[in-house]
Ligand binder design. Structure first.
Ligand code: SAM
Length: 250
């Protein structure tokens, strides 16, 4: 997977992504990361890329041209061709081209299903907004997926980009090794994960459930499923309802 992130803060993306598991996958060449600085495409001598919004209102908006030029740069870096003459949005969307994710609180809420879908792409361009966001015209022109990481507003799109990249990356073969293996994570089977325990058996008067020490694999599996349902009922009852419905129960 090749990521190219268009951002005002390339170092934030690079530093965070080159840490821990994703950092190892970068050094092993399983993932690649490129960043394009929006500021490099400023249209003025101050290096700014934002301006006031038409129609009034507080806050600044990122302008079209720096984003458009940064997008061209991102495309050329991931070696994808794009026909500049192609003005029809519908025609552009029909072409097989690199997906462009715009991180936005007004987007579709990111989930494991989306992570799975994105992980099947060869490359992804991620555009991080800032200030009040980005001029709609350039978004209409280049964005294929507008994605939110939840119903709250952050100051910029860099953390959402990292969240998306992390969730996508761990689905790519070779990124996780045995020690950090995906196992049966929350959402994998539609339920949240059951509680887990490691050594020691006794910790400050609290014991690991006996069943996990029994060596009876079938009993352990049954216990885990029961606990996963219990946890899902408590935290996300709508997921448990769906789990039953998908299995024709209820
Ligand atoms: N005016 C925008 C709105 O009301 O929808 C909010 C802009 S926000 C202050 C600045 C940038 O942070 C956005 O352009 C987006 O890139 C990013 N951002 C903020 N919250 C986000 C979220 N929940 N999910 C994804 N991106 C987010």
């Amino acid at each position: 997977m090749k990521y190219c992130v268009i951002t005002l803060f390339p170092e934030l993306i690079e530093n965070a992504f080159s840490t821990s598991i994703t950092g190892r996958a970068l050094s092993e060449g399983i993932l690649s990361l490129d960043t394009v600085s929006l500021r490099a495409f400023s249209q003025n001598s101050y290096g700014s890329v934002d301006d006031y919004t038409y129609g009034g209102g507080a806050g600044m908006l990122i302008q079209c041209e720096p984003v458009w030029l940064a997008y061209q740069e991102a495309l050329s870096r991931i070696e994808t061709k794009f026909d500049e003459e192609c003005d029809e949005l519908s025609t552009i969307r029909e072409e097989k081209r690199t997906r462009v994710i715009y991180t936005s609180p007004a987007g579709r809420v990111f989930d494991e299903g989306m992570a799975e879908e994105f992980s099947r792409e060869e490359s992804l361009i991620i555009l991080c907004g800032h200030y009040e966001g980005v001029d709609q015209r350039v978004l209409d022109r280049i964005v294929t997926d507008e994605v939110s990481i939840g119903d709250y507003v952050l100051t910029g799109g860099e953390l959402p980009a990292l969240v998306i990249m992390d969730a996508v990356s761990r689905r790519i073969p070779g990124v996780l090794n045995n020690e950090d293996s995906a196992g049966s994570e929350s959402f994998e089977n539609g339920l949240l994960e059951y509680p887990q325990y490691t050594r020691p058996k006794e910790w400050r008067g609290l014991s690991v459930p006996d069943i996990l020490l029994s060596g009876d694999h079938q009993a352990v599996e049954t216990w885990r499923l029961t606990e996963a349902k219990k946890k899902t009922k408590e935290m996300r009852p709508e997921l448990l309802e769906k789990w039953y419905k998908d299995r024709g129960i209820m």
